[in-house]
Structures are given as structure tokens and as C-alpha cells.
Design a protein around this ligand. Structure first.
Ligand SMILES: Nc1ncnc2c1ncn2[C@@H]1O[C@H](COP(=O)(O)OP(=O)(O)OP(=O)(O)O)[C@@H](O)[C@H]1O
Ligand SMILES: [Mg+2]
Length: 244
């Protein structure tokens, strides 16, 4: 029995809702959705945290244009630095953008450790940027953060539909709560994906077009806030699952 597992529950107890952004394949918009959602909540004066738990490909700091990496302050735990009104925890504060190759149990230990030492204190929302699909570290996080609710990022590509369907089925089989799906990078409709989501009884929370100007906004907060992507995330936060 690892005592850190009990500590995690305690560390998270001041958080009202934990929302994890997951999906099937990589590169489908998880980090963008997680970061824009956190920025939106901060704009609405909610107490919000953003936890980049994608250790092998952390990238929320790039969207947020965080370039200074210092060891976060410590006081009976680690206090996440505040970036654009968001309490933001990323492994990059420790790796300084160097590679952090970890295998098997080392990843599990790193996730356990960071969850056990981070002091979120009181939050309205903690947004988690998840590693892809049902990969090893994603399974660890799903097990360690029991009350996380999931938003499924999905793209309409035929190649990605079976994988996202499997993530959904896994979450449903393990009795996790799914808030709904954000369909991203639409360029020729999304009928096939929507059919699949309906079959799996997953609501569509937002539909976001592929936007060739989006890349220009990455790392530029003012521009990011003006993207159609951000607009859709704003509309989404007015939907029922967010008003609980
Ligand atoms: N709607 C969109 N239009 C255009 N480009 C987009 C859109 N959404 C995301 N992108 C781009 O696609 C890439 C992947 O997005 P993002 O990093 O948010 O996805 P991810 O699922 O977190 O990826 P990873 O699996 O690598 O963590 C990024 O370069 C991002 O700028
Ligand atoms: Mg990502």
C-alpha cells in the first residue's frame, strides 16, 4: 500500500470539480481545449487550476507562453505558480524543456508524487491535460483521480474514430463520468463521428472547425482569446454539464 494514494485524496479535497480532457489519438486538440477552458474560467473569475499531466509531451506552457521555469515555491507541498490567472502545474518547471524519458513504474511514481505534493487548496475547477487515450500513464491518472469527469476530444477523421470510441467504452466500463465530447478540426463535416458518439450515448458539447490561423495564436494570449476555438469553448461553458 502506497501512502501517497491517501494523500492524493486529501490534496484534491478543496477542489469542487475536476475535469480531465482526454481522447483517442494524439494531436487532436486536448491541450488546446484544456488550456482555453482554463483561460475562460479564469476570465470569469473562477478559481481554476491547469494540470499538465502529459509528461512525455507537455505543451500547455507553449499555449500559455510560459517561458520562465523555476522550481515552484514550497510550503508544506508545492504551490503551483499562477499564469494568466490560472494555477498552473507542469513538469516543465522541473525538466526546463529537456527530455524526461521515463518507463513503466517510473512514470507511475512521478504521477503519484506530483499528485501527492501539489497544493491546489481551494479551486472551482481543476482542468487536467491528459496523456493520449488509454495509454499506461492515462490509466494511472484515471485510477488515481477517482472523481474526475471527462471531456472527450475527438476529430472526425476515419482513422481516429475507432480509437476514441475505445477510450469512451473504457471510461463507460469503468463507470467514469463523461461530460461530453468536443469535436475538433472539422474540415469536411463530422457526420460519421457524430453518429458514433450518438451510438455511444455521448453528447456533443462543441464543434470546432479546422482553423488555419489558429497556429498564429499559439503562445499569444490576446490572439488565442479571439480565436473561433476560444469562442466555441466560451459557448460550451454555458452548457448544462458546466452549470452543475
Ligand atoms: N481547430 C484547430 N485548427 C487548427 N489547428 C489546430 C486546431 N486544434 C488544434 N490544432 C493544432 O493541432 C496541434 C495539436 O493540438 P493540441 O496540442 O491541442 O492537441 P493534443 O491532443 O494535446 O496533442 P498531443 O497528443 O500531442 O498532446 C497543435 O499544433 C495545434 O496548434
Ligand atoms: Mg497535448
Amino acid at each position: 500500500m502506497d501512502p501517497r494514494k491517501d494523500v492524493i485524496e486529501e490534496r484534491l479535497q478543496g477542489i469542487k470539480r475536476i475535469i480531465a480532457i482526454t481522447g483517442g489519438k494524439g494531436g487532436i486538440g486536448k491541450t488546446s481545449i484544456a488550456t482555453l477552458l482554463a483561460l475562460k474560467f479564469a476570465e470569469k473569475h473562477k478559481k481554476v487550476g491547469l494540470f499538465d499531466l502529459d509528461f512525455s509531451g507537455p505543451s500547455a506552457h507553449i499555449l500559455l507562453n510560459k517561458k520562465k521555469f523555476d522550481f515552484p515555491e514550497e510550503e508544506n507541498g508545492i504551490i503551483p505558480p499562477t499564469v494568466h490567472g490560472i494555477k498552473f502545474m507542469t513538469i516543465v518547471d522541473y525538466t526546463k524543456e529537456n527530455p524526461s524519458p521515463m518507463r513503466g513504474i517510473d512514470v507511475t511514481n512521478a504521477i503519484l508524487e506530483i499528485l501527492a505534493i501539489t497544493r491546489w487548496d481551494k479551486l472551482d475547477y481543476l482542468i487536467i491535460d491528459m496523456p493520449p487515450g488509454i495509454s499506461d500513464p492515462a490509466l494511472d491518472i484515471m485510477k488515481m483521480i477517482k472523481r474526475a469527469e471527462f471531456i472527450i476530444a475527438a476529430t472526425p477523421s476515419k482513422i481516429s474514430i475507432p480509437e476514441v470510441a475505445n477510450t469512451i467504452k473504457f471510461l463507460q466500463n469503468t463507470k467514469k463520468s463523461i461530460m461530453g465530447s468536443v469535436i475538433n478540426m472539422i474540415f469536411k463535416g463530422s457526420a460519421q463521428l457524430e453518429e458514433k458518439l450518438e451510438e455511444l450515448d455521448v453528447d456533443v458539447l462543441a464543434k470546432i472547425d479546422f482553423d488555419e490561423d489558429y497556429e498564429d495564436a499559439v503562445g499569444n494570449i490576446a490572439k488565442l482569446r479571439q480565436t473561433a476555438f476560444a469562442q466555441k469553448i466560451e459557448e460550451m461553458t454555458k452548457e448544462l454539464p458546466f452549470r452543475k
